[in-house]
Design a protein around this ligand. Sequence first.
Ligand code: COA
Ligand code: AMP
Length: 630
Amino acid sequence: MSSIFDAVYQKSLDDPHGFWGEAATGISWSRKPTTILDDSQAPVYRWFSDGELNTCFNALDRHVRAGRGDATALIYDSAMTGNQSRYSYAELTELTARCAGAIQNLGVTKGDRVLIYMPMIAEAVVAMLACARIGAVHSVVFGGFAANELAKRIDDATPTLVIAASCGLEPSRVVHYQPLLEEALGLSVHEVPKVLMVQRDAWQAPMREGRDYDWSVEVPKAPMADCVSVAATDPLYILYTSGTTGQPKGVVRDNGGHAVALHWSMQHIYDVGEGEVFWAASDVGWVVGHSYIVYAPLLAGATTLMYEGKPVGTPDAGAFWRVIEQYHVKVLFTAPTAFRAIKKEDPKGELLLNYATDSLSALFLAGERTDPDTLHWAQQKLGVPVVDHWWQTETGWAICANCLGIQDLPVKDGSPTKPTPGWNLCVLDEAGNPLPPGELGSLAVKLPLPPGAFPTLWNAPDRFIESYLAAFPGYYNTGDAGIIDEEGYAFILSRTDDIINVAGHRLSTGGMEEVLADHPDVAECAVLGIADAMKGEVPMGLVVLSAGVTRDHAEIVNELVQSVRDRIGPVAAFKLAAVVERLPKTRSGKILRATIRKMANGESVTVPATIDDPAILIEIRQVLDTLLGR
Ligand code: COA
Ligand code: AMP
């Protein structure tokens, strides 16, 4: 029997023009689109191609004009500094307009890129919206990345301006952003002419005359800039994400499709609207932060909550419950790893009893598969629907979810429920043929992708086609493998490439291998993700040393750990590495990473028929047992 949800889903596939045309009426356009879906350049599709709008206007000004200027747009809560602030729609609009004026004064115009390197402070939201206001393209870089990664992004995006903060605050230390930025500016080929700096109380950064400008001086005195109308297909932002190599992919988001899809998602997926408090406990450096800390809640006229802190240790595992109670949060969105961290500290959920969390109506989880233990714990402790939903930086919003605003479907353990409207999800075999229900294959989405999904990669239209569209003509290859069961429920089981998810952060093992291979004593190496009870996965490296190297192995391992931290960043959490005599390979010389991973995870391993020398597996097992303390 077809459900309400199934009917909505089917309509989205049968009549995408009608479906998304109607959704587009939720957005204020300076020029209403007459073309809903432009397929003239297929397989590259564009949504609302003759429409014009301004995303910042839709996120801020229009709510003020509708008489909701006093409603709270942004709540900022820092568990690190104790700062708790509220910004009404009117206040956030004025601040953003002044920031937009300030960056115009610093030479930024429509189409220019602005790189934002900031921790979880309200100014990061203001900076992003200010770029959108004047049609500049922001590129936010997560603070946990090292200078080298920042430099790669500077060279790819070639920004006119960097907006940064002096420092970020982690529980164990102050992270000095400015020296990392300075190092990145030295490493990059592209010359960044100007830097706008937020000086935080915890550490004041030195300023370079003629290049660096102080936010607290420039923004208040700047004139308020008006919203600039842009084409629906103009880029709103570039967000770099890990690919299979060390060169990150610049995922491009357009203005029109993004605004329509995110606005639609707030009501239909999250069931949150005007005046309700939505909290995405993520970071503005990730796609979750872009979509659900900044844009979607504001497009919907809701209140968004920005939290600087951790789920545990700031000060304890009751931190999330405190925030929910204090601000009457309706929906919380975070990664399963945050709940595993809370569960580990407070297994019985005793701290929950100290807070009234009855405002909460649902918990959404993403970034990695929600394991059944975490799902059950959260369901039982919170007593609200817990929704595992699956998405990617590329897609910008959920491919699969239990759409609470349409119909609360029964959930199945380990499944992010069903494909969301607009996503024609299929399971394909290696030749690209659709597989029957229950069979494992590549998860691919039949084109066109719905609005809000990326139309291309920055500076790399060919890589966009090669990486995502070439494997299965007519489909977007998600890079995830899984099944869809008889009832249409999807199960996301693994990546088909060498991307891993560490505490919900997406990282490339290929990128880490590039760093290890650069060590002068390393002849070859393999990095793979192994299971971790808290972070889901953590990277582990095995290296073979060059002939004649007699140095102490522990010393080399320390250098390798440090170089991944220095070149990729602490967020990679690369702490496990060992020296081996040889790596297991096929006769054609391919390293058997999947076999090593299974052995590390303690799974049973059938010796691959193609292995060059099965005896190596015994040596590898011994090394793994020592490394993993078994
Ligand atoms: N700037 C600088 N450094 C950062 C950083 C930032 N914005 N964010 C993290 N780091 C550093 C941390 O300090 C840590 O460094 P360390 O090795 O010196 O301890 C390292 O990067 C790893 O950080 P993290 O992944 O946060 O792990 P953790 O062990 O500090 O905390 C959790 C574990 C589960 C509490 C944490 O990962 C968490 O809160 N996750 C929530 C989920 C989430 O944000 N997901 C994002 C996608 S939804
Ligand atoms: P990111 O681009 O950082 O959002 O990472 C996207 C990848 O994270 C996906 O391709 C999946 O491998 C994984 N992922 C995200 N959400 C889920 C989920 N709910 N279930 C399973 N895997 C997920």
